[in-house]
Design a protein. Structure first.
Length: 369
């Protein structure tokens, strides 16, 4: 892959990643398609809301449908009918989430399948093998994610294990497509720096910040970003994993992050929590039961932006009766909001007015719906 920074305003920057299946403008948000599908949304709709790259998950695709099936299609792109870039997570976070079902060793992780209780083993080598079969444009090293709070000695041991696994991932992966390293070290700034230095010595195509959004405060998350991002390589993409709210994305971009993913826009959409320029809207509330307005008058998405838009009242009705169309419409809207937010930030950076754009963003979000 090739990554080029095209414009910078303070630490915020816009650029482009040239990947096997297309170019991706940054900063970018990646909708999460854990099992090879963004819930409730076809790949045609993903294109319509201007998604550039989506995320799949190695762990879950390994379990279902299984790599033998995906291999028959020569990778995840053809299997799911998506011809633009895909990033796959390595499965480290999902293994962490299994808790007592797992046992971590130097070789890898032994665990019980959450589906049927079978004994399974996932290692850096196995994760790389799976990701090469998935044929994603960007793969992630296999790492260990830690809980918070955690002692510094525990965080150090985990970080060192992740570094050793990163080296094994790099050796096993070879030269196929692109591979990103993942910085660990919990909330300890010196451990984060040590992790980054170790990964930089291994020379990855990009660098991700993992181990955040695991229960820490927003202040801790921003503290880590402010201390870590400025010393990350300028000529490589920087990826903040699993984060977050629209405000998190804005602060991440402010601090020099290029890539984001999170389930929030899609999960919240299914629960009737919608994002608008003027704040968040809980569409299931009774006050929307006869509201003739679109979700957001200023929104250009397929749900809000046409002359024959879907009203808040109609979407309220669909959500209340648990009609699947309600989730399709709300997911479409939320993804558009997130992806258009990234477009606005790219434009503001290019025009060198990101600071004033950010101020206006926060003012409008505070107005309320």
């Amino acid at each position: 892959m090739k990554f080029t920074v095209l414009a910078q305003d303070g630490e915020a920057r816009s650029g482009v990643m040239n990947l096997t299946n297309g170019d991706v403008k940054t900063p970018v948000f990646m909708p999460v398609g854990t099992y090879g599908a963004v819930k409730g949304i076809t790949t045609n709709v993903l294109s319509e809301v201007k998604a550039q790259i989506i995320l799949g998950n190695t762990f879950h695709l390994w379990l279902r449908p299984g790599v033998d099936i995906v291999d028959k299609f020569k990778g995840l792109h053809r299997f799911m009918g998506w011809n633009r870039p895909i990033l796959t997570d390595s499965g480290g976070f999902q293994v962490w989430s299994l808790g007592k079902l797992r046992k971590i060793t130097e070789k890898g992780v032994f665990f019980k399948s959450p589906l049927n209780g079978d004994s399974l083993f996932l290692s850096p080598e196995e994760s790389m093998k799976i990701q090469k079969i998935l044929n994603s444009d960007i793969s992630m090293v296999f790492d260990e994610c830690t809980d918070w709070p955690i002692s510094k000695s525990q965080a150090y041991d985990s970080m060192q294990l992740s570094l050793r696994w990163a080296e094994r991932s790099k050796v096993s992966f070879g030269e196929k497509n692109s591979l990103f390293g993942i910085v660990q070290g919990s909330m300890f700034e010196d451990l984060r720096r040590e992790s980054l230095n170790g990964l930089m010595n291994l020379k990855f195509d990009g660098y991700a910040i993992g181990g955040l959004s695991v229960g820490e405060s927003k202040d801790d998350m921003l503290r880590i970003l402010k201390s870590l991002v400025p010393i990350m390589p300028q000529n490589k993409p920087r990826y903040l994993m699993g984060v977050g709210t629209p405000e998190d994305l804005v602060e991440g971009v402010l601090n020099g992050v290029d890539m984001f993913d999170c389930v929030l826009p899609t999960r919240n959409a299914r629960n009737g929590w919608l994002y608008t320029k003027y704040g968040n809207l809980k569409i299931r509330n009774a006050r929307f039961s006869s509201d003739k307005a679109p979700i957001d008058n200023s929104c250009g998405c397929p749900v809000c932006g046409s002359n024959l838009f879907y009203s808040r009242a109609y979407i309220h009705h669909l959500q209340k009766i648990n009609e699947m169309l309600g989730s399709v419409l709300t997911t479409t809207h939320n993804l558009w909001f997130y992806l258009d937010l990234m477009r606005q930030m790219r434009e503001a950076i290019e025009k060198k007015n990101f600071s004033s754009w950010r101020q206006d963003f926060y003012y409008k979000r505070s107005v309320g719906v």
